[in-house]
Write a protein that binds this ligand. Structure first.
Ligand code: ADP
Ligand code: MG
Length: 673
């Protein structure tokens, strides 16, 4: 290892205990034997037993990468990929991006030297487009498989195929719950059959890590509460004032609830008697900036009790030491896609029994702990046993497009771990057909469909960007697409001043809508005479400096994709492009957006709400849209999501009704019959 990599090592040794004490350490030899012997190894063990951080290191140290190949570990969430890779790099005393690295969409922190790579499951699916047999990897570890994320389910199906072609490949599936048999049966040949001359018994095995957890006392409410946040705050304060030392982990459903809870706790803290132990509330959710994630994992100071207020991300993906008390509100925010209306719902629903058990388990890692469930025991008994897999409740358009690009034609007979409802598959195919990615025979079109699959953008945006050259607005649309990937994080309040933010937004706003407004932001930020890509300027304009830097990087990457496809600004002098010559840039962009987002059209009513084309649903402009206040007629929107019973649309641009039939005649003919 290079000299400079050892800088800071003493500090690391101080901060972290040696990993040898982890429960997985006792199983190291049998684990390595299993992976050597069987194509598939399923590892089951409680969160914190060392699966994610240790298994790749064991493999690395026993030479699984000596021939230059890599070990890849997938995570359902970006935050897990980044935080876990940082941890492993520390344990191996190397710099992140060297021997250990991570890769998430638009952010690649790996190098030639990288041997252990953490990435999101979605990204490994993308890699398969280029490298279908995953040749650069000796071991693929699908981590957190119990979460049943859409991409990890699909990945397992594809790995099953890859294993037939690559007897040398090793697949490790890790799960925090006891569903190992299901995974093993999925991979293994049926009784009496063989795969690569291996029988069922020879094909895979299960390794269970004995929990070294301590008992957790569970407390229920005697009667149910109708305000679980208030109850949570009360419970936390009770623990803090009357229980022995140890940190608290509180599960709520989302970012807003986290902020609210932390505000409420802050109000209560000031009332604590002088000189008493202090309570330090810390947020933890998927979108939390990396620099703030750190505090959650750091040890609290002398006489300070940490309170981590988290979404279900703290259930299994990330391990936090020192938790003795868990407060479980019993709810989780789950996505559910309505194929009939094409709306993604974010519903707050009761957790499953498996989740509740996982959550309680967080309390018993260091010593005996306590879990306070803010619901009755009867309510617990009535919970579903496990959460529905994501594949059964998601918009499948992106995944279907990618599977087709991998040459999988029959999506109905594909070997799923759990079958998606056919309505979801049909809806996805319909959309892809109307976008021109799929032809009447249900085949991927060339080059449009394959190009759409290759771009790391959702299909409607990919289609829009690919159409931009015909409107002579490629450069502008590249910036807009990059800004879209920030998903509403371009503007931020500095010091919580919402008024300043609104004022700043108005400075960039144009009547055509949010897309061109964000384009203006991008232009100003990158203009050497205006924003100069400076953090100072961002502060003055309530903009998120890091997010905008990201947009600059994303734009470059998208540009590279297009270059590789041979798409350049001025190569297409089609009749469309000539016609577009006489239009304003704004109109070209609006028309171009219509060609991708026609299925997301709506019309504003006099009360400021919107109506879908078929008139089935009432929509509301998201507060971040300029049409939250302004009037419009027809618009297309980027995203639609139902939260708390209200359907919001984000990122709106005005269009003309005629354009819908001009650019999507098939789609609107069917609709109007
Ligand atoms: P598993 O994957 O089985 O849930 P991990 O490998 O993630 O377990 O964690 C093993 C141990 O490593 C944890 O108990 C914790 O002590 C430590 N650890 C993991 N991630 C971090 C981190 N980001 N910071 C500090 N310690 C960590
Ligand atoms: Mg893990």
């Amino acid at each position: 290892m290079a000299e400079e990599d050892n800088l800071g090592a003493p500090l690391i040794a101080e901060l972290y205990k040696p990993p040898a004490l982890l429960p997985i350490a006792q199983l190291k030899e049998s684990l390595l034997y299993a992976i050597e012997t069987f194509p598939v190894t399923i590892i089951v063990g409680e969160t914190g037993s060392g699966k994610t951080t240790q298994v790749p290191q064991y493999l690395f140290k026993t030479g699984w990468t000596n021939d230059g190949s890599q070990i890849v570990v997938t995570q359902p969430r970006r935050i897990a990929a980044t935080s876990v890779s940082a941890r492993v790099a520390e344990e191996l005393e190397c710099q992140l991006g060297q021997e250990v690295g991570y890769s998430i969409r638009f952010e690649d922190v790996t190098s030639e030297k990288t041997r252990i790579k953490f990435l999101t499951d979605g990204l490994l699916l993308r890699e398969m487009l280029v490298d279908p047999l995953l040749k650069r990897y000796s071991v693929v570890m699908v981590d957190e498989a119990h979460e049943r994320s859409l991409s990890s389910d699909i990945l397992l199906s594809l790995l099953k195929k890859v294993l037939r072609a690559r007897p040398d490949l090793r697949v490790v599936v890790s799960s925090a719950t006891l569903d190992a048999e299901k995974f093993l049966n999925f991979f293994a040949p049926h009784d009496g059959e063989t795969i690569n001359n291996k029988t069922k018994e020879e094909f895979g095995t299960i390794i269970s890590i004995e929990g070294r957890t301590h008992p957790v006392d569970i407390f229920y409410l005697s009667s149910s509460t109708n305000n679980y946040i208030e109850k949570a705050v009360e419970t936390v304060m009770n623990i803090h004032t009357s229980e022995a030392e140890g940190d608290i982990l509180l599960f709520v459903t989302g970012r807003e609830e986290i902020d609210d809870t932390i505000d409420m706790i802050a109000d209560r803290i000031v009332d604590l008697p002088h000189g008493s132990k202090s309570l330090q509330p810390l947020p933890l959710y998927a979108g939390l900036p990396t620099d703030q994630q750190m505090y959650v994992f750091q040890k609290a100071g002398e006489n300070v009790r940490k309170l981590i207020v988290a979404t279900n991300i703290a259930e299994a993906s990330v391990t936090i030491d020192g938790i003795i008390y868990v407060v479980d509100t019993g709810y989780v925010k789950l996505r559910a896609y309505d194929p009939a209306l094409g709306i993604e719902r974010l519903n707050v629903v009761p957790v499953s029994k498996a989740s509740a058990t996982q959550r309680a388990g967080r309390a018993g890692r260091t010593r005996p702990g306590k879990c306070y469930r803010l619901y009755t025991e009867t309510a617990f008994e009535a919970l579903e046993s496990a959460t529905f897999p994501e594949i059964q409740r998601s918009n499948l358009a992106s995944v279907v497009l990618q599977l087709m690009n991998l040459g999988i034609q029959n999506l109905v007979r594909f070997d799923y771990l759990s079958n998606p409802p056919s309505a979801l598959v049909v809806r996805a195919l319909d959309l892809l057909f109307s976008l021109g990615a799929v032809d009447v025979h249900g085949r991927l079109t060339k080059p449009l469909g394959t190009r759409m699959a290759e771009l790391p953008l959702e299909p409607m945006l990919a289609r829009t960007l690919l159409n931009a050259p015909t409107f002579g607005c490629l450069s502008e649309m590249l910036s807009i697409s990059a800004m879209m990937t920030l998903q509403g994080t371009a503007f931020v309040t500095h010091d919580g001043n919402q008024k300043l933010l609104e004022k700043a937004r108005r400075r960039f706003a144009v009547k055509e809508g949010d897309h061109i407004t964000l384009y203006n932001v991008y232009q100003a930020f990158t203009n050497p005479a205006v924003g100069k890509q400076s953090s100072q300027w961002c502060r003055e304009n309530s903009l998120n400096y890091k997010a905008l830097l990201k947009a600059v990087s994303v734009r470059k990457q998208l540009r590279n994709y297009l270059d590789r496809m041979g798409i350049q600004e001025n190569t297409l002098a089609s009749s469309d492009a000539i016609r577009a010559g006489g239009m304003s840039m704004a109109e070209r962009l609006q028309r171009c957006l219509t060609t991708g987002f026609f299925a997301h059209a709506a019309r504003m009513k006099s009360d400021g709400s919107f109506m879908t084309v078929g008139g089935e649903v009432v929509l509301w402009a998201h507060p971040s849209s300029i049409f939250f206040h302004r009037k419009a007629d027809w618009v297309v929107y980027q995203e639609i999501q139902e939260t708390k019973g209200k359907v919001y649309i984000r990122d709106l641009s005005t269009i003309e009704m005629d354009w819908l039939t001009e650019y999507a005649p098939e789609y609107y003919k069917v609709k109007q019959k």
